[in-house]
Design a protein around this ligand. Structure first.
Ligand SMILES: Nc1ncnc2c1ncn2[C@@H]1O[C@H](COP(=O)(O)OP(=O)(O)OP(=O)(O)O)[C@@H](O)[C@H]1O
Ligand SMILES: [Mg+2]
Length: 363
């Protein structure tokens, strides 16, 4: 889909330089994030970074409800950021996306390709003709075993096409459609990959969490949970009977909480504890399948990772060392184009966009 093929010219004069990496665009329910990276000798150079808040309801459960508003917001954002590349990578999640690890008899690539639809049908709650299907053989079989794990991804066509049409309306060319949890994994791999560790990646957005347990570079468990930082805002709003915008401003520290401080802290702890409960469920499920494969650490990202004390709470409750993700650990920025403080401040929210920005563009 969307892949193009041009002859390689072997010329790299600046004005002929072609885009090597896709522009990462993460369309969340709270905001659109854009990240553009360029390959550098020791990692990446950050060429563009920015976000724009979306009105409530424009994106719900991963579906574009108001494509015109999203298109308009994205167009302004890429124009303001002077993003030159047209080839973009996006990711999807939500109820229209199914990610499932299935266990199949070992087959050759061609045989698997011809079998996968029939196999997939029983795991997908949608008509097989209504979904885009992709898969990867994880090749988990040891030498003498005849079964292997295959990661299966299905995304409803109408949802994906909603995104593709919206991007085309903005004049962008989608070259990669990823899944949120895998974009997160790519972001982590691009910065800290290659190790033997087992890491629980948890992205806490406004309305959902993506959990991905990655063992030695391979996803073992992927789970989405419909809980996020918006819940804190809603609880502050109803507790103090104030507007959503005021509650949001207080939550993120733009407005002084004053005497409400203690109550707000309590609300944050209550909601964060709900997040931890869901993460613990995923960890329990993982340990029931891999009792001897100890997780080394947990890495939090998304706007929810900015709640004060959240890493400590996760660490205390799960017993895992917990860090806040910096998706730009291997990226340097041109300070004339990108404020280093902004880059640091936005790091947690930019995890998915950064992962999408590491995807190579096929020529
Ligand atoms: N300092 C902060 N403390 C608490 N919450 C914060 C802070 N900064 C941002 N947030 C919250 O993080 C959320 C936005 O995070 P993010 O950009 O990751 O969400 P999103 O990707 O748009 O949403 P989703 O992935 O759920 O669709 C908002 O609810 C915002 O209020
Ligand atoms: Mg998000």
């Amino acid at each position: 889909m969307g892949r193009i093929s041009l002859p390689d010219l072997h010329i790299s004069l600046p004005f002929l330089m072609r885009q090597k990496l896709s522009v990462g665009i993460d369309i969340g329910s709270h905001s659109i994030k854009v990240c553009q990276l360029e390959p550098a000798s020791d990692g990446y150079r950050l060429a563009g970074l920015g976000s724009a808040i979306l009105p409530s309801g424009a994106v719900e459960d991963g579906v574009l409800q108001e494509p015109e508003i999203v298109a308009e917001t994205l167009k302004k954002l890429v124009t303001n950021l002077k993003i030159k590349g047209r080839k973009v990578a996006i990711s999807v999640s939500g109820y229209s996306v199914i990610v499932k690890k299935i266990n199949l008899a070992v087959m050759g690539d061609e045989e698997l390709a011809s079998h996968i639809e029939a196999e997939a049908e029983q795991y997908i709650p949608f008509d097989i003709d209504d979904v885009y299907l992709d898969y990867a053989d994880l090749k988990t079989n040891a030498e003498d075993e005849d079964r292997t794990d295959v990661m299966l991804v299905a995304a409803k066509r109408d949802m994906v096409e909603g995104y593709l049409d919206m991007l085309k309306a903005v004049g962008l060319r989608p070259v990669v459609v990823d899944v949120d949890a895998f974009a997160l994994e790519n972001a982590y791999g691009a910065n800290f990959g290659g190790g033997k560790e087992i890491v629980a990646l948890v992205d806490i957005g406004a309305s959902k969490m993506n959990i991905n347990i990655v063992s030695r570079g391979t996803s073992i468990l992927v789970r989405d949970v419909v809980l996020g930082s918006r819940l804190i805002t809603e609880q502050i709003q109803s507790h103090f009977d104030i507007t959503f915008d005021e509650a949001e401003a207080i939550k993120i520290g733009l407005q002084d909480a004053g005497e409400r401080k203690k109550d707000i802290e309590d609300i944050c702890v209550t909601v964060c504890t709900q997040w931890v409960t869901e993460v613990k469920r995923a960890l329990d499920f993982y340990y029931s399948n891999y009792p001897d494969e100890k997780i080394d650490k947990m890495v939090l990202s998304g706007g929810g990772a900015k709640v004060k004390g959240v890493a400590q709470l996760f660490s205390e409750e799960t017993g895992l060392r917990t860090e806040i993700f910096n998706p730009f650990a291997r990226a340097e920025a041109n300070p004339a184009r990108i404020d280093p403080d902004y880059m640091k401040f936005m790091g947690p929210e930019m995890a998915l966009a950064a992962g999408l920005a590491t995807r190579e563009v096929a020529f």
